[in-house]
Each structure stands twice: as structure tokens, then as C-alpha cells.
Design a protein around this ligand. Structure first.
Ligand code: FAD
Length: 482
């Protein structure tokens, strides 16, 4: 039993269950000081986006409630993490800082600096895993490098992966007799402003650990068994929608793994229904590893030849893409879903990203930045790895010359047009055969559906065949110049 407090520094691990740092801290018997720092230390372009701020607001409120019911209030501070942590140690005489490790380049650098400072001050610095299933340092290829191709990575990780066992949240958390001052969450004004586009978020999500656990149990009970079939259909609730909960660490990947593996095994005899889902969780691991070993991933193409790509998109096209006014219904539906809910279905993320990069010739980094600001699940590794995957410039990326045709993609993955009807209501009355290409409808059909092309819904801002040819010419340029 120690008298000196331990600072439990919360970051992207806003939960109490399956929290190795919390378990270890409680185990010492010392009083615990749960602390969250709103840190603006990340580089300008990777400051937390508007949608993430909305989520953070709710998630911190939930965490504070969960902690309070166990006796330990959450202290909130704003500023530079290092400075605030040192200040907290000085204010409370804390003997240790415990935290879950992170993998963003600035977070890695911060952890290193902090360790040196705490060592100098004779304060223990203990770092724990939990954000990933396996630490990136443990995933080495036979010649000691890191994995750049997903399939061997997933095979290697699957071979001997034993995800951490689930640990329940402690029932009581010993607290300090004299609490340091906390800022007030509401003073942080984390909702997007001018405009506040987050009004529809609350109906779609329940941020916080309880919401995450509910989401996981609902998913394994319902959609998991048909996940492999339905995961590509944006109109069907066929995926877990766990991504923002995972991004904020409200649930551990290990908990998702165990729940799915257990339920999947039971649902489908020899063919484990969970396998496809578990492989998606491994894409998350793979992306985190890429970012860890190649910290330039959010800005630089992984394949250097793509630096010379002749982009020439324009601001008008970018605006049309952001606001869901491109004239391609599946693209517009996705961009509007994103704006309204802070989320977009994975298949549609691929279609909209491909459209921006290849049809509009706008750099993938521009789309990445928009997603970063508007996604509630914005995650530096997943976002940059996936944008690069679509752009063809990433590790193990889709070949550049495979250019999605947004009409065919719509017809294949939204065959009845239900997803488009939900998000592009001005097209709702079009028959399914034509809903993905309204400009091909005859005037009678358009009139009957109340669609006035160019007025109630735009004509396509680029023609698919021409755009495809331009994109391929751009690719030839980098192929030949390298
Ligand atoms: P499920 O299908 O239920 O998958 C379960 C979990 O596996 C997800 O929650 C996620 O953590 C992980 N996962 C699934 N697909 C991927 C993938 N392709 N790459 C990495 N991890 C994956 N995901 C983010 O979490 N944050 C992002 O910022 C992000 N940006 C993206 C940008 C683009 C251009 C694209 C094409 C994809 C992006 N993704 C991102 C990946 C993917 O679209 C989302 O993880 C997924 O749609 C989340 O929905 P879900 O939780 O229902 O997924």
C-alpha cells in the first residue's frame, strides 16, 4: 500500500474495463488520480477534428460518470500533455504516471520525452498496451522488417495470437483526499460551431463504454452471422459500427475479438462466421503497424513515385464532393451520410474516395483531411492507410488502374437504391433501374419522380469515361517518369 498517488493518464482509452494501466494502478493500493488532458500538441493538420470533438465531449462525460460511481472523479486539464502531467505531479506529489501507449508519431515522441523527464524527477513512468491486439514491434517479417502486405501479416498474427483476457472494471477506485482542480467539460465547448453540423449525431450513436459494449453485444447477436455477406451493402445494418468506440478506446480490440470469436464459433459449426470480421480487426492492426513504422503515412505516398502524380482538381469540384452534389447518387449519398452522422459505410468510403482521387484528380490528402474533420471514427492510421490504399500509393494498395465506376458500384452494392433514397431524398421516387444514373432516365420518368436535373439534383460534374481516361493518363505519367 502506497500513500503517494498514481496519475492515471487517459488518452484514446476512455474505458474502465480491460484497462491494463488502471488494473495495475488499482493493484498497488495507492490513491488514483484519473486525468484527461485536452492537448493541442499534435501538428496543426492533425488536431482532433470537429466530429471527433463531438464524440470526445460525450465520451468524457460518460467516463467521468463511470469513474464517479466508483469513487474517483475525472480531472480535466487543457494544454500541453507534458507540462500538465508535470504540473499534476507537483500539485499532488504523485509518485507515478500510468497510461496506455499510442502510436501516432507525435504521441510516440511525447511518450519518449515524458519517460526521460519522469526518470529525471524520480517519478515512475509505466506504459501499457491495450489499444492493439499485438504491439507493432512484435510483428516482424522473417528478415526483421515490418509487414507491408496484409495477407502474410494476418497469417502471422493469427498463428499465435492470444488476445488479452477481458478484465472487468474495478468496483472501487481509491481516490485522493484533496482533489486537484478540474476544468469543466462544458467550458471546452467541443461541439462543432459555425455551423454545428452534429445535430444528427446523437440519434446515431451512444458514445462511452456502455454504448460500446451494447453495440458489440447487439452486433454479435444479430449481424455477425451474416457479416461476410452483408458487410458490403450500405443499406443494410450489416457491420458492427464499432469504429468510433475503438478509435476512442471505449472498448478494447481484445474484447471485440473474444466476443466475435466466441459467438462466431457457435453460430456456424466448422466455418467460423466471425472470421471475416476478425480479419477486419486485423486491417486495423495492419494500418497501425504501417503508421508506426512509416510515420509519414498521413502525408507522403508510401510508394514514392506517386509524389509526381499530376493532380489538377479544382475547388468547385471539391465543394461538390464535400456537400454531396456531384451528380453521382452513390457518391452523394455517402458524403451526405458522413455529414449527417459522422460516419460512412466502408464500401461507400471506397467509392467516394476513389471518385475524389481518380474522377476529380484531387490529391488523396485533401480527402483524408475532410474525413479527418468529419468522421466520428477518425483514426490517423486507418484513415491514412485507407486513403493510400484507394489512391494506389499505399502499402498493399488497390492497383491504381482499377477505377471504380460509381454507377456500377451503386447498382452492385445498393441494387434497390435504398441507400441512395435514404440520403438523397430528391431521387427517392426514381425506379431502382435508373436511380444510380438519373441522367439516363427519360423525361417522363424524371417528371414522374419529381426530378429536375440541373435544378433539384445536379447533372454529373464529370463524365465517367472522360474522367477515367484522364486518371489513367495521370498514372501513365508517373509510370513513365519513374
Ligand atoms: P466493421 O466492418 O464492423 O469492422 C470492424 C472494425 O474493423 C472496424 O470498426 C475497424 O476498427 C476495423 N476495420 C474495418 N475495416 C477496416 C479497414 N479497411 N481498415 C482498417 N480497419 C478496419 N476506419 C476508421 O476506424 N477510421 C478512419 O478514419 C477510417 N478512414 C477510412 C477512410 C477511407 C477512405 C476508407 C476506405 C476506409 C476508412 N476506414 C476508417 C476503414 C473502414 O471504413 C471503417 O473502419 C469501417 O467502415 C467502420 O465501420 P464498422 O465499425 O461498422 O466496421
Amino acid at each position: 500500500m502506497h500513500d503517494k498517488p498514481i496519475v492515471l493518464w487517459f488518452r484514446n482509452d476512455l474505458r474502465l474495463g480491460d484497462h491494463a494501466a488502471l488494473v495495475a494502478a488499482v493493484h498497488t493500493g495507492a490513491p488514483i488520480l484519473p486525468l484527461y488532458i485536452l492537448d493541442d500538441a499534435s501538428p496543426k493538420q492533425w488536431k482532433m477534428g470537429g466530429a471527433s470533438h463531438w464524440w470526445l465531449d460525450k465520451s468524457l462525460a460518460a467516463l467521468a460518470g463511470d469513474l464517479a460511481s466508483r469513487g474517483g472523479p475525472l480531472v480535466l486539464r487543457r494544454g500541453d500533455s507534458e507540462t500538465e502531467l508535470l504540473r499534476m505531479i507537483e500539485e499532488t506529489g504523485a509518485a507515478a504516471v500510468y497510461f496506455t501507449r499510442s502510436y501516432e508519431p507525435w504521441a510516440v515522441a511525447l511518450e519518449q520525452r515524458l519517460k526521460t523527464k519522469l526518470d529525471d524527477a524520480n517519478v515512475a513512468c509505466r506504459r501499457f498496451g491495450g489499444r492493439l491486439l499485438r504491439e507493432p514491434e512484435d510483428m516482424r517479417t522473417s528478415n526483421g522488417g515490418f509487414y507491408k502486405v496484409y495477407t502474410p501479416f494476418s497469417r502471422a498474427i493469427m498463428k499465435d495470437l492470444v488476445p488479452a483476457k477481458s478484465v472487468r472494471a474495478p468496483e472501487r477506485i481509491a481516490t485522493l483526499e484533496k482533489q486537484p482542480k478540474s476544468e469543466r467539460l462544458r467550458d471546452w465547448a467541443l461541439h462543432p460551431q459555425k455551423p454545428d453540423w452534429s445535430k444528427g449525431f446523437a440519434a446515431a450513436w451512444q458514445p462511452g463504454e456502455a454504448g460500446a459494449r451494447k453495440r458489440l453485444s447487439d452486433f454479435v447477436r444479430t449481424a455477425l452471422k451474416s457479416y461476410a455477406r452483408d458487410r458490403n451493402c450500405p443499406a443494410t445494418p450489416g457491420t458492427s459500427r464499432l469504429s468510433p468506440h475503438l478509435a476512442f478506446g471505449e472498448i478494447s480490440p481484445a474484447a471485440c475479438w473474444h466476443a466475435a470469436a466466441h459467438a462466431g464459433g457457435k453460430t456456424n459449426g466448422s466455418d467460423n462466421a466471425a472470421e471475416t470480421f476478425l480479419k477486419e480487426l486485423l486491417w486495423r492492426e495492419f494500418s497501425a503497424g504501417l503508421l508506426f513504422h512509416f510515420p509519414e503515412l498521413p502525408e507522403e505516398p508510401f510508394r514514392p513515385e506517386f509524389s509526381a502524380f499530376p493532380w489538377h482538381g479544382n475547388a468547385k469540384h471539391l465543394k461538390a464532393w464535400q456537400t454531396g452534389q456531384t451528380g453521382y447518387p452513390i457518391v452523394d449519398a455517402g458524403m451526405r451520410e458522413l455529414w449527417a452522422t459522422g460516419y460512412m459505410h466502408n464500401r461507400v468510403r471506397m467509392i467516394t474516395a476513389s471518385f475524389l482521387i481518380k474522377h476529380l484528380l484531387i490529391p488523396w490528402q485533401t480527402g483524408e483531411a475532410w474525413f479527418w474533420d468529419t468522421l466520428v471514427d477518425a483514426d490517423l492510421a486507418n484513415n491514412s492507410a485507407n486513403w493510400q490504399w484507394v489512391a494506389g500509393s499505399g502499402a498493399d494498395a488497390a492497383p491504381y488502374f482499377r477505377i471504380f465506376n460509381p454507377v456500377l458500384q451503386g447498382e452492385k452494392f445498393d441494387p434497390d437504391g435504398d441507400y441512395v433514397r435514404r440520403w438523397v431524398p430528391e431521387l427517392a421516387k426514381l425506379p431502382r433501374q435508373i436511380i444510380h444514373a438519373p441522367w439516363k432516365a427519360d423525361s417522363g420518368t424524371l417528371m414522374e419522380a419529381g426530378v429536375k436535373l440541373g435544378k433539384s439534383y445536379p447533372n454529373p460534374i464529370v463524365e465517367h469515361g472522360e474522367a477515367r481516361a484522364r486518371a489513367l493518363a495521370g498514372y501513365e505519367h508517373i509510370k513513365n517518369s519513374h
